[in-house]
Design a protein around this ligand. Structure first.
Ligand code: T1G
Length: 694
């Protein structure tokens, strides 16, 4: 049973014991009910303490049970809370570390609550696309007031327990021994005459509840356009304010059942699990010993190197920053300082913290200064010859056991590893620009990369707040390999009849942060041009539209040259459709005898997204990625794929692989159809009625 029951001089202590965070799974729920009933039947027991073992009071409903029969099997959480609340003997919730979601709702069912400072208190259900489903929308407003409760429920953000000390939520916030304080408190209230206070009996006081709720609804509606849950949170709270506790509770339940079935909630839960699953590498045991990373070195102080260095100093890890020339080093340091100054101006960093962080950087022009580094990340020019020199030199100076990482985004990590005599210590750490902002880190596993190197980098990634996804070695790893097919389709569609603004608008309406042409103008069209030139050499058989080359031959590299797929005005980043480009596209179609036709938005979205899905399926087949959710995490955290759709692979499951297959076969039979080689696994899974994510 995931609950312990002990007695201490007339006080029964029920301890949740379901690691890692005392998720309220079926056995935990049953154990609490049994404990409460056992205490009722023991005349020696005068009061009950409810607490959690390990690292949490409770992290809430056991999300691993979601959409399984256990989740709704009695005793449900609502039943547990009702049992606690109707106990004749007072129940004291003793809260430490984490009381979230159902965990906080359970505590709200107790008669008294005492907390240790520093505990994270939250109703984060909205972040999973649902709402508190066990009375949180009804009890929290009664505990801490309408405004504070609505803020917590709609944001899902955690509040430290000490900040709620005077909110009415806790009877005490105690430093020191929480267990002893809880026992003393329980003895005190156990000696008092009942009935003991119930949060549900409190009134929700507000001078103008209806007005405030309407104000909240208007402000939330403006920002939550793709997510139904935040507005439902407000509806549920309002129902309790207007119609009383029991009706409010019933309405909350209806809302919960409706929301848990929505594709948005499925996407958010998928992302929640995907984030955690990504750090698990199938053949690397979770208890693999990791190397100690106390000192990092970064080679290259350019845009990438500087951003990479910031990640480590933000986590308090000192960085030796190496450049070849003094002015490049100074330029890099100045850029890092400028970035921090901007953060200070936004009030997100204290001025003194800026200096502390800058002090963690040791600039140098000498490789000899890298000899104590535990991890060395190179971010030098993307050319194999340059990587060759750098890694041979690292092989000479780096200490044994130092991890040698390349930030390469396109080169073969196995080839880079072969420049050293220690390929087992070489790994790819592909950061995304701007490296100090983008959450995604592709960890590229060479065929000889040691397992403890992978385990070390994955753990370090969590410390520097990155979402790390392991990729095998292939051209473009996971993200860029898939985006190449996406861009191919975008270019073909220009030849076939679409214009840049139409393609961008269609995919941005689908939810992408930025369409392919605005993105290319931002990154620089010359970057894609260089990659295509390499492609034409390596894969002469791969059919590419040359329309983007035509644009580059016109010198239209994007924002940096004042014009790319769009026109730009000085000091204005707005992308204006360009008549010059539209004419070029029309002329190009004529030259290639492409019959221009009207292309609908639905086809644009299908061809762009299914190009990702099809390549993602091949990446899974080849074992470059170990799970579909890894691919989704790459796209959600590195490519602006809309979170409410859960990533390309989950989106394909939502559409149904049967429909994805039919669409791909349709496009394969049309002009430029040679770009569509249907992934075998899509046909197989479709035939079995399955999806990528089970
Ligand atoms: N159930 C089951 N497992 C959970 C869990 C949960 N609620 N929360 C976390 N885990 C696992 C997680 O998958 C990971 O597993 C391990 O715990 C450590 O997590 C009715 C319906 C609690 C702040 O949304 O925010 O209650 O990978 O790496 O950084 O209204 O986890 O080790 O195998 O994140 O210390 C609402 C979600 C549920 C809380 C701890 N609750 N969790 O953070 O560790 S819905 C939540 C978190 C609900 C009711 C509704 C965080 C944390 P593994 P971790 P952490």
């Amino acid at each position: 049973m995931a609950v312990d029951y002990t007695t201490h001089d007339g006080v029964a202590v029920i301890t949740l014991n379901n690691p890692p965070v005392n998720g309220l799974g079926l056995s935990t729920r049953a154990g609490i009910v049994e404990g409460i009933e056992r205490a009722q039947n023991d005349p020696a027991i005068k009061a009950i303490v409810l607490t959690g073992a390990g690292k949490a009071f409770s992290g809430g409903a056991d999300i691993t049970e979601f959409n399984t029969p256990k989740a709704t099997q009695e005793p449900t959480l609502a039943t547990v809370i009702k049992t606690v609340e109707s106990s004749a003997k007072p129940v004291v919730a003793a809260i430490h570390s984490v009381a979230m979601g159902g965990g906080l709702e359970l505590a709200l069912g107790a008669h008294y609550r005492i907390a240790a400072p520093g505990a994270q208190i939250a109703l984060p259900e909205v972040k999973l696309g649902i709402l508190p489903g066990a009375g949180g929308t009804q009890r929290l407003p009664r505990a801490i007031g309408l405004e504070a409760a609505l803020n917590m429920i709609v944001s899902g953000a955690p509040v430290p327990s000490e900040k709620l000390a005077d909110s009415g939520l806790f009877d005490a916030v105690v430093d020191g021994d929480l267990a002893a304080a809880a026992l003393a408190f329980a003895r005190k209230v156990g000696a008092q005459q009942g009935p003991h206070p119930k949060v549900r009996d409190r009134k929700i006081e507000h001078p103008n509840a209806a007005g405030f709720i309407q104000f909240a609804r208007n402000s939330v509606a403006a920002i939550a356009k793709n997510f139904p849950a935040p507005l439902k949170c407000i509806d549920a709270v309002e129902a309790g304010v207007q119609n009383g506790f029991d009706k409010g509770l019933a309405f909350e339940r209806e809302c919960f059942i409706a929301l848990v079935q929505t594709p948005e909630s499925r996407a958010l839960r998928h992302a929640f699990f995907g984030e955690r699953a990504a750090s698990k590498i199938p053949d690397v045991p979770g208890d693999t010993p990791v190397r100690d990373i106390k000192q990092v070195a970064v080679i290259g102080a350019g845009t990438m190197g500087g951003g990479i260095a910031m990640n480590f100093i933000n986590a308090g890890i000192p960085v030796t920053l190496l450049e070849t020339k003094q002015e490049a080093l100074e330029r890099g340091l100045a850029t890092i300082r400028k970035n921090y100054e901007a953060t200070v101006r936004k009030g997100k960093l204290k001025p003194e913290a800026l200096e502390e962080r800058m002090a963690l950087i040791t600039p140098t022009l000498s490789y000899d200064d890298l000899k104590n580094a535990d991890l060395i990340v190179e971010a030098v020019f993307e050319e194999l010859g340059v990587k060759d020199q750098v890694f041979r030199r690292l092989d000479e100076v780096a200490k044994p056991g130092a991890i040698l990482a390349s930030n390469t985004s396109t080169l073969d990590v196995d080839k880079i590893a072969a420049f050293t005599k220690r390929p087992q210590d070489v790994v790819g750490m592909h950061f995304f620009s701007p490296a100090n902002v983008m959450k995604l880190l592709e960890v590229v596993r060479g065929k000889e990369t040691a397992k403890d190197v992978l385990a070390t980098v994955m753990k370090l990634a969590k410390k520097i707040k990155k979402t790390a996804v392991v990729s095998g070695v292939c051209d473009g790893f996971i993200g860029n390999r898939m985006i190449e097919q996406y861009i191919r389709q975008a270019l073909f569609m220009l030849e076939e009849g679409a214009l840049p603004a139409q393609v961008d608008k269609a995919i941005e309406k689908f939810g992408f942060a930025m369409g392919p042409f605005r993105m290319s103008d931002l990154a620089g069209n010359d970057i894609g041009w260089a990659i295509r030139k390499r492609r034409y050499q390596e894969h002469p058989d791969m059919h590419y539209s040359k329309i983007a080359d035509r644009l580059c031959e016109m010198g239209r590299f994007g924002q940096k040259t004042g014009g790319g797929w769009y026109d730009y005005k000085a000091g204005d980043r707005t992308a204006y459709p360009s008549p010059v480009v539209d004419d070029m596209i029309g002329a190009f179609s004529k030259e290639t005898n492409a019959q221009r036709r009207k292309i609908g938005d639905e086809e644009i979205v299908e061809r762009l997204v299914f190009a990702l899905v099809n390549e993602g399926a091949k990446i899974l087949e080849e074992g470059i990625a170990s799970k579909a959710s890894d691919i989704d995490m790459v796209y959600l955290t590195g490519y602006g794929f809309p979170l409410y759709r859960g990533g390309p692979m989950l989106y394909a499951d939502t559409v149904g692989l049967y429909n994805v297959e039919r669409a791909i076969r349709r496009y394969a039979s049309r002009p430029n159809g040679d770009a569509w080689r249907l992934a075998r696994s899509i046909a197989e899974l479709a035939a079995q009625g399955r999806g990528f994510n089970g």
